[in-house]
Write a protein of this length. Structure first.
Ligand SMILES: Cc1cc2nc3c(=O)[nH]c(=O)nc-3n(C[C@H](O)[C@H](O)[C@H](O)COP(=O)(O)OP(=O)(O)OC[C@H]3O[C@@H](n4cnc5c(N)ncnc54)[C@H](O)[C@@H]3O)c2cc1C
Length: 383
């Protein structure tokens, strides 16, 4: 620990470098043993970027295959596995602190040989951080929706007919969506980087409900009994078939929505962020609800041995991506943990056992303050 603070790089000197990087290992549990606590990690070859691990390159002589599981002695475990951290879930409870709302994100990217013309700082003169769902917005969305749904590949004629009815301008669903969102002003979060334009925003509940109903109706259509090889579909195959179709429809509707937002900013014209430039994997809709751990510093004792388990970043508190508090919170967690480890390193020379407890309490207070900050940033959006 002490060596980590002297800021000189000792990467190449394995004797001096105390940091061990276990790429593609997943921390799975913390266990008490006779020698003290250990953390166990499991190797996932599929996640290993090394070309030798996945057979892409012939390993050099003497190459040692990573062990399937490793254990290491541990005094402090930091759960930094993001908001779904399994390790955090094993040792501490997290609880919801806001209601959930529906959000979506989308980005556009130009081809490498013909990048978007946004290489200056002033390519977004009209970005107001909000979008008005007026008549023009709705009209454009309607056209986009029909064109995006028509582009979905591999649908049966029944599915096409159903989607055609559901997305028709005179359908009950579309009319209800239009009257619910009419005139609303929604906040957007936009940024652009070289050859990239990104928009994220809360989605009106009526849009989420509309998508939900269309998907529900699609999922209710009968699935063909036989697959393309003429084999009978199992129940699991049928479910996978339905899920795949539902996902395609959701993607098409989301793309239509975000293309309309881009159009209302005029950047489809000025920056060429047309529907062909949408980066498909980036298009996502999700419910966002902020959660935080109830207690951040968990002490486990076994005889005279002790381990401290703590959470950092999204594992400690779910940020709201529209506010950009996630990385600030995570960095603050790192500072608290550095202070704590530095104190513990110095501690035995100066303090007794009680001093250590006090330090742990201080770490708990600091980590909870950071979680307060991260959550507070998103409250305006979610309450
Ligand atoms: C669309 C979007 C936009 C955002 N924009 C911003 C922004 O502009 N500014 C900002 O500050 N924040 C933003 N955020 C939030 C920010 O991305 C997160 O707060 C930040 O990435 C959290 O970092 P983290 O290290 O805690 O978790 P993550 O980035 O989620 O990383 C966790 C890592 O741990 C790994 N892992 C999980 N479990 C284990 C295990 N048991 N063992 C080993 N490894 C494990 C995972 O594979 C993953 O790589 C945004 C988020 C989203 C979704």
């Amino acid at each position: 620990m002490a060596r980590n603070y002297d800021h000189t790089s000792q990467r190449d000197d394995s004797k001096k470098n105390r940091l061990e990087r276990l790429a593609a290992y997943e921390m799975t549990k913390v266990e008490a043993g006779e020698q003290g606590y250990t953390v166990q990690a499991k190797y996932h070859p599929g996640n290993d970027p090394s070309p030798f691990a996945n057979g892409k390159k012939k390993p050099p002589v003497g190459y040692q295959k990573p062990e399937a599981t490793v254990t290491r002695p541990v005094d402090l475990v930091i759960c930094a596995g993001g908001k779904h951290s399994q390790l955090r879930n094993k040792y501490m409870r997290d609880r919801a602190v806001t209601s959930a709302r529906s959000y979506g994100v989308c980005s556009w990217e130009g081809p490498k040989d013909q990048p978007l013309p946004n290489d200056r700082l002033d390519t977004f003169p009209d970005f107001r951080g909000m979008v008005v769902l007026d008549q023009q917005f709705q009209q454009f969305f309607q056209e986009q929706m029909i064109s995006q749904v028509e582009r979905i590949e591999g649908l049966s004629s029944d599915e096409r007919r159903l989607l055609g009815q559901q997305t028709h301008g005179q359908s009950r669903g579309v009319r209800s969506l239009q009257s619910s969102i009419h005139g609303r002003v929604m906040k957007t979060r936009c940024f652009d980087n070289n050859n990239l334009v990104y928009i994220g925003m809360e989605l009106p509940e009526a849009f989420t409900q509309f998508c939900h109903k269309v998907k529900q109706k699609l999922a209710a259509l009968p699935v063909p009994d036989l697959d393309q090889n003429g084999d009978k579909r199992s129940a699991a195959d049928q479910k996978a078939w339905r899920n795949q179709r539902v996902a395609k429809v959701q993607k098409a509707l989301s793309k239509a929505w975000f293309q309309t937002v881009a159009h209302s900013y005029g950047i489809d014209q000025s920056l060429g962020v047309t529907e062909e430039m949408i980066d498909d994997p980036s298009v996502a809709v999700f419910y966002l609800q902020q959660r935080r751990v109830w207690r951040n510093v968990i002490k486990k004792k076994s005889g005279s041995r002790q381990v401290v388990i703590t959470a950092a970043g999204d594992a400690a508190a779910t940020p709201h991506f529209m506010t950009g508090s996630g990385l600030t919170g995570a960095r603050e967690n790192v500072l608290h943990l550095q202070n704590y480890t530095r104190d513990v390193w110095n501690g035995p020379r100066i303090y007794n056992e009680y001093g250590l407890e006090q330090r742990q309490d201080r770490l708990e207070d600091a980590q909870l303050d950071t979680a307060d900050f991260v959550i507070r940033q998103g409250l305006n959006f979610l309450i």
